[in-house]
Design a protein around this ligand. Structure first.
Ligand SMILES: *Cc1c(COP(=O)(O)O)cnc(C)c1O
Length: 405
């Protein structure tokens, strides 16, 4: 792209149009429901748009599978957490079949996996997480530490996780893409450093999956969780995923002993005997409608190709940063996200003293949906499957012209 290279010229709207014309993924926007073309949606990292295939298939599952088949539908539905997990993992995470299931929320999955991983390091007292990590991750670890008699350590802002890992560390939890700044962590390097210290690490991929290329196998990752309603476009509250590397699955046991993790589930036997595979991480009856939405969301991204989606995400955010430098810096904004596209996820964080108070004005007066985070961050996410380069250009121009800065 080279938009940030010198000599710098302000990208014009015609430049943005040219980028759209050359975009191999341009056609994917037509596969989404866009009811209000005047609204510029830059919040795909909070909730992705609705794919048309998802809308159609949900109607079909409701009208036919649920209405007609009733309980007989479970003959089919019962395998979906594993089948959808296989599709998600092989298309987007670089995993093998049998290593991913789709179920529960990210919060619950993190609890299950963290509990399981902690049992592998019984003699180490400390769990470690960044003090600016996503809140639910910190709370889950804090609670688990409290209930298991371990010490909870939050790494101070600005300090590297890896400098706080030693022979006392049992478990580390980290996000691949920082939900605030979009900074991309070193997946392979951090995993290796934690393992070398004899500790375990769980990666939270919520802000990364569907926005960046991920290869869990090649990077030696043992445990990961993530959500599906952001870049995977599976809708509000859609089920999350769990990855546990196949060679670890038999060494661990998750804490919620539910019947969906039970060997020979419908024998309804007297004692819990978990299945040996990744299905051990299932708990209770899955959301079939949610699984359908994950399946369709993954199918769209698989069709686009995560390599192309990630490249477009970088190009869109490069343009956004170039325009922020030209138009918003004079208004008091600063780019907080890494400028190197290879070190960044799919969104951009800008700071401004008034940013966190102006979310509503942004929607009401500018017709731009972004995301404001206290104390001073404005997060903008041009998700690659349905956002055009001209949307970024128009959205940034509207933010510039908002009479509020
Ligand atoms: C979005 C997100 C979650 C969401 O967790 P839920 O259980 O779905 O509410 C968790 N962790 C991270 C890093 C996220 O970005």
């Amino acid at each position: 792209m080279g938009l940030g290279s010198t000599p710098r010229s302000i990208p014009s709207r015609a430049d943005a149009e040219l980028l759209d014309e050359a975009d191999p993924l341009a056609g994917f926007r037509d596969q989404f429901v866009v009811p209000d073309p005047g609204l510029i949606y830059l919040n795909g990292n909070s909730l992705g748009r609705l794919p048309i295939t998802t809308q159609e298939r949900l109607h079909s599952v409701i009208d036919h599978e649920w209405a007609d088949d009733l309980v007989r539908g479970w003959d089919r539905w019962i395998d979906w957490p594993r089948r959808v997990g296989d599709r998600l993992g092989t298309a987007l995470l670089g995993t093998q079949p049998g290593e991913v299931v789709v179920c529960d929320s990210t919060t619950v999955n993190l609890y299950k996996v963290a509990f399981a991983a902690l049992a592998l390091v019984p003699d180490r007292p400390r769990v470690v997480v960044g003090s600016e990590e996503f809140p639910t991750d910190r709370y889950v670890l804090e609670g688990l530490a409290a209930s298991s008699g371990r010490e909870f350590f939050a790494v101070p802002a600005g300090e590297a996780l890896t400098t706080h890992i030693d022979d006392q560390t049992a478990l580390v939890v980290a996000s691949l893409v920082d939900f605030r700044t979009a900074a991309l962590a070193d997946l392979a390097g951090t995993t290796k450093a934690v393992h070398r210290a004899g500790a375990k690490i769980i990666w939270d991929l919520s802000h990364a999956v569907g926005a960046v290329e991920i290869d869990l196998r090649a990077t030696g990752v043992e445990f990961a969780v993530g959500c599906t309603y952001k870049y995977l476009n599976a809708g509000p509250g859609s089920p999350a995923f769990v990855y546990v590397r196949s060679d670890i699955q038999q060494q661990v046991r998750q804490p919620i002993w539910g019947w969906f993790g039970q060997h020979d589930q419908f024998a309804m036997g007297p004692r819990y005997e978990p299945v040996t595979g990744i299905e051990q991480f299932l708990t209770g009856t899955p959301s079939v409608l949610g699984l359908v939405a994950v399946d369709e969301g993954v199918a769209l991204l698989a069709e686009a190709g995560i390599d192309r989606a990630a490249a477009k995400a970088r190009a869109l955010t490069d343009l956004l940063i170039a325009l922020a430098d030209e138009w918003l810096a004079p208004l008091g904004f600063a780019v907080v996200s890494p400028r190197d596209g290879s070190r960044r996820g799919g969104h951009v964080a800008l700071s401004h003293p008034a940013a966190s108070k102006l979310g509503q004005a942004l929607i009401d007066d500018a017709g731009v949906v972004g995301d404001c985070r206290p104390p001073d961050l404005l997060r903008l996410c041009p998700a690659p499957l349905y956002t055009r380069f001209v949307d970024v250009w128009d959205g940034m121009a509207r933010i510039r012209d908002l009479n509020a800065w």
